[in-house]
Design a protein around this ligand. Structure first.
Ligand code: SAM
Length: 239
């Protein structure tokens, strides 16, 4: 099996939530400028806090999430022949690292390619990254909505999602995406959803309601600050 312990990338993966980051950075710099003009040292604090938040976010999106997902994918102990689905794969940060752990298996990505959620997002950009990482032969890309997946039941051994489900508007939509992930997972298959802290408790409760086994939720640590991981296994018996 081709196993890449090193998470460093050859492709180009953009920045998550680029408009939000740009807005926060502009506000922080403007706040610092006003504070300097006012001459009051304490007035610097909001601007400094904003810049620290931006720095932490950029670190997570450019480096941290790659390192975290590399470790998570290693814990799955993949044989190499699995079918892995990445919901909201974007430019392929997780999808292509999963593909690097496969031989005869397939890494399948589905996305709506929303540029508001990730800079430079497009199916073509993801395909270029698959070529750059040397895994284009193991990767399938689909344009589709994760609340209505274009896949049959029980077709995947593993379903993953990184920082994507929270982008769906409304709790009902997000729960539909989680239900769809469960539907396309084979009995005994594993689900890993990493997402912002405010959304993941609902995913955990919904997965428990659906009858999934070993439902758990935990903090992803300083490398992906603000994000939690929800994991579950689909029971062998019908749900
Ligand atoms: C913040 S990006 C994360 C991308 C990738 N998972 C990563 O970690 O780099 C969120 C992704 O979710 C996708 N997305 C948002 N809503 C979606 C939906 N309803 N169905 C499919 N993809 C969606 C966006 O287009 C975007 O690519």
């Amino acid at each position: 099996m081709t196993q890449q312990a090193n998470w460093r990338r050859r492709g180009s993966y953009g920045i998550d939530a680029p408009f939000w980051v740009a807005f926060l950075a502009v506000m922080a710099v403007a706040s610092l400028g006003l504070a300097i003009l006012s001459g009051r040292v304490l007035s610097l604090l909001p601007g400094l806090f904003g810049l620290i938040v931006v720095a932490i976010f950029l670190h997570a999106t450019l480096r941290g999430k790659f390192a975290v997902w590399s470790d998570l994918l290693d814990t799955l102990g993949l044989r190499g022949d699995e079918r892995i689905l990445d919901l909201g794969c974007g430019r392929g940060a997780v999808l292509l690292m999963a593909a690097q752990r496969l031989t005869t298996g397939r890494a399948v990505g589905v996305d709506l390619w929303r540029k508001v959620d990730q800079s430079g997002n497009s199916l073509e950009a993801t395909r270029r990254n698959a070529v750059a990482e040397g895994v284009a032969d193991r990767v399938e890309l689909h344009t589709g909505d994760m609340t209505a997946l274009p896949f049959e039941d029980s077709g995947f051994d593993v379903v993953v999602s990184s920082l994507a489900v929270h982008n769906i508007w409304g709790r009902a939509g997000r729960e539909k995406a989680v239900s769809e992930a469960v539907r396309v997972l084979r009995p005994g298959g594993r689900l890993l959803i990493a997402d912002v802290f405010w959304a993941t408790r609902r995913y955990q409760a919904h997965l428990a309601r659906l009858g999934m086994n070993a439902v758990a939720r935990g903090w992803l640590g300083w490398r992906c600050w603000g994000a939690f991981l929800v994991t579950a296994t689909k029971p062998e018996r019908p749900l």
